[in-house]
Design a protein around this ligand. Structure first.
Ligand code: 5GP
Length: 187
C-alpha cells in the first residue's frame, strides 16, 4: 500500500501558521494533535487544539520513546505522538505537523522523505505587532517568543520551501500549490 507523507509545517510563534492552514483548500491529510503542558487558552478544546497534559505525563512519554519529536518552548513542553503518526502513515494518510523549529529539525534530520515548509514574517517588527494584537500572552512572554523567532528564522534554509506571510491570501495559495504539487498522486 502507498505510504503517507509527513508534512512539517513550521515557523515562529505568531507568524500565522494556524490562520494559513485553516484556509487552505487542500485537505488530503490528517492533522496531528500535539501534546502540550501549557495552560489551555480561552476557547481551546482538549483533544482538538492540543492534548493538554501534565509535565509528569509528558516526561513519561519521552522516557518511553513515545514522542516523534518534542521541544521545550518558552517554558512549556510540546510534542508529537509517535504511534499516532506511524499508524496514519502506514494507513496511507499524509500527516500534517504544525510545530516549532527545534522539533521540526528533529523530524527533518531523522526521517527521509519529509515535506518541509517554513513560514516567515515579512519583518520581526511585524511579528511583534501580531503577537501583541493576539493578546494571548503577557509582554514578557511575547518578548521571549520574539527572541526565539530571531533564532528560528536562521534555520529557514533547512526547509524545502519558504513562504513569506506578508499577505494571508497569497500565503494560503502558495501553500495550497506546494501541497498539490508534492502530494497529489499522479494518475
Ligand atoms: P502555542 O503555545 O502558541 O500554541 O505554540 C507555541 C509553538 O509551539 C508554536 O510555534 C507551535 O506551532 C509549536 N508547537 C505546537 N505543537 C508542537 C509540537 O507537537 N511539537 C513542537 N516541537 N512544537 C509544537
Amino acid at each position: 500500500m502507498h505510504r503517507g507523507k509527513l508534512i512539517v509545517f513550521s515557523g515562529p510563534s505568531g507568524v500565522g501558521k494556524d490562520s494559513i492552514r485553516k484556509k487552505i483548500k487542500f485537505n488530503d491529510f490528517i492533522f496531528s494533535v500535539s501534546l502540550t503542558t501549557r495552560e489551555k487558552r480561552a476557547g481551546e478544546i482538549d483533544g482538538k487544539h492540543y492534548h493538554f497534559v501534565s509535565e509528569e505525563y509528558f516526561k513519561s512519554r519521552i522516557n518511553e520513546n513515545k514522542m516523534l519529536e518534542y521541544a521545550n518552548f518558552v517554558g512549556n513542553y510540546y510534542g508529537t505522538d509517535l504511534d499516532f503518526v506511524q499508524k496514519q502513515l502506514e494507513k496511507g494518510n499524509n500527516v500534517f505537523l504544525e510545530i516549532e523549529c527545534k522539533g521540526a529539525m528533529q523530524v527533518i534530520d531523522s526521517i527521509d522523505d519529509v515535506l518541509s515548509i517554513f513560514i516567515l514574517p515579512p519583518t520581526i517588527e511585524d511579528l511583534e505587532e501580531r503577537l501583541k494584537k493576539r493578546n494571548t500572552e503577557d509582554l514578557e512572554t511575547i518578548m521571549k517568543r520574539i527572541d526565539k523567532a530571531r533564532h528560528e528564522i536562521k534555520l529557514k534554509e533547512q526547509y524545502q520551501y519558504n513562504i513569506v506571510n506578508d499577505n494571508l491570501e497569497k500565503a494560503v495559495n502558495q501553500l495550497d500549490q506546494i501541497l498539490e504539487t508534492e502530494l497529489r498522486p499522479n494518475d
